[in-house]
Design a binder for this molecule. Structure first.
Ligand SMILES: [Zn+2]
Length: 367
């Protein structure tokens, strides 16, 4: 709370007027603080002024549409990354200065919120910095590596940018099965945050997950064992007994060898499912550097930090540089943030105040 002497008030203004040095002799008799001012001072010193809570913003219902799928012509798509639907900032609404700086222009941009770390993570995986790369180049870098970007929902009515603010009855899905059919080499769907839950709704693609059949296509959905993303993904399908939940009969947990034997693009389409943490700033239980490692492992399938990765804890870079933390042998350690020897110190420096920590961590991490 602000100290009383900093609190702007009518009483403060009155006392400054009453004791101003520019008082004329004729008015000298008035050089006493008024009763009002004394009363106010007493009141202020004994009872701190309480701030009124800011009035709540009224949410307005907005109809939102998905952007077109982002793919690279002539490149086989192996992984489809599915969000729920573009947020207001992705659609260019309510941008901050930092948003505009990072966007480098206006218009619709997937994950265009400067505090959404999706493209920061993609950049550290593929070797560029978000703040130095135009949005179009960010997308082409991702898609030319065989990734495609789209949304589960084609349109919906929403009260805000959170998935929980989407009106259920208004949801219309994109034609994901058609996209899968069209891209014969597509073998993996990566869900960001809650987009999986929207996908799996009975009114959307729940039947596909249960029967495996959709639009004349027979699909086996696979969750691969032994990956950092396995437990997060399998938890969506696992019953209390450890088996697959009722209603997900077409979903299978398989080991690496069985996965390697799967035939892609035949009559039965195997599709691996991967659930990743949301990159939205609203998903604040995990910090951006922690999300970054999970995405590198789960979506990009790195087993070691890529050469372009810079550990936010110590500044050590991927596989090559010699600066940063060094091993006793003198060699630079190659690690993600979770194994950083300076992780605790970094968190203390960047996350002192628990209420501000997530935002502070996020802001200082973006680069
Ligand atoms: Zn480090």
């Amino acid at each position: 709370m602000r100290p009383n002497n900093e609190t702007p008030s009518i009483c403060g203004s009155l006392s400054r007027f009453a004791f101003t040095p520019r008082i004329t002799p004729s008015s000298a008799s008035t050089l006493v603080p008024s009763q009002t001012s004394v009363r106010c001072k007493r009141k202020m010193s004994s009872r701190p002024i309480q701030k009124r809570p800011a009035p709540r913003k009224r949410s307005t219902l907005t109809q939102v549409k998905s952007l077109d799928p982002i793919v690279c012509k002539g490149v086989d798509v192996h992984t489809l990354i599915l969000g729920t639907i573009p947020s207001a900032k992705s659609r260019g609404v309510g941008l901050t200065t930092n948003d505009i700086h990072l966007r480098g222009g206006s218009g619709n941009q997937n994950y265009g919120n400067s505090r959404n770390c999706f493209f920061n993570i993609v950049g550290s995986a593929l070797g560029w910095r978000r703040d130095q790369t135009p949005y179009e180049e960010q997308c082409s870098s991702l898609t030319s590596a065989g990734f495609a970007l789209w949304d589960v929902l084609g349109s919906c009515d929403t009260l805000g940018s959170l998935d929980s603010q989407i009106i259920s009855s208004s949801q219309r899905t994109n034609d994901i099965p058609k996209f899968v059919q069209k891209h014969k080499q597509l073998r993996r769907i990566v869900f960001t945050g809650n987009s999986y839950k929207i996908f799996a709704k009975r009114s959307h693609f729940g039947q596909w997950l249960r029967l495996g059949h959709h639009s004349g296509m027979h699909t086996h959905f696979l969750v691969r064992k032994g990956l950092s993303s396995t437990s997060r993904t399998w938890a969506q399908f696992q019953s209390a007994s450890g088996r697959v939940k009722k209603g997900f009969d077409a979903v299978h947990l398989i080991d690496g060898e069985a996965y390697a034997r799967t035939r892609w693009g035949g009559d039965v389409r195997p599709l691996e499912l991967v659930v990743m943490p949301s990159t939205s700033p609203a998903a604040a239980t995990m910090r951006p550097p922690e999300k970054e490692e999970l995405w590198h492992r789960g979506c990009f399938r790195f087993v070691r930090p890529p050469s372009s990765y810079i550990c936010p804890g110590c500044g050590n870079q991927g596989r090559r540089t010699s600066h940063g933390v060094q091993h006793s042998s003198g060699q630079a350690l190659c690690h993600w943030f979770s194994q950083c020897p300076l992780k605790v110190a970094w968190l203390e420096d960047n996350c002192k105040d628990t209420r501000r920590s997530r935002e502070e961590c996020g802001t200082s991490w973006y680069r």
